[in-house]
Design a protein. Sequence first.
Length: 173
Amino acid sequence: MPIKVAILTISTRGSRGEREDTSGATIKELVKQIDAEVVDYQIIADDKKEIVWHLKRLVEAVKADLILTTGGTGLSPTDVTPEATIEVIERRAPGFEEVMRMTGLKHTPYAMLSRAVAGICEKSLIINLPGSPTAVRENLEAILPVLPHAIEILKGRQVQDSEHSRRQIKTGK
């Protein structure tokens, strides 16, 4: 059964059609590497209430297994994606946050400015990604091999033995 993925691009200019969403397109391309299907895709403004509403909709109505946001994770006063995500999630998943920042730091010292959050709401895993397509690619490629296993655990499905799972993550098979 494919992983139901929802993509939420947070960009005020993008939501007005003033900017092409290349980060969302990058996410769509990368999730093809795992058994995933994009079931919802939206571009919305940098507005905390709107982000919260859409995250709740994706959890409750769409029942997405994985919600990937892109944009709004920096230090700008309009960057409110982490605050909106924290309002929605029930538990943090800090390992994803740590790996993404460590991966980013291999490429640029500016990665330490990321405030991206990852966490769980009901049976959905929500992960904030940066706004740039390059940073999205670097961050998502770092965590992508673990996502199917994480979703299996979150859904309460039978998880393969740990040795097989480790081998699968290392080799991608």
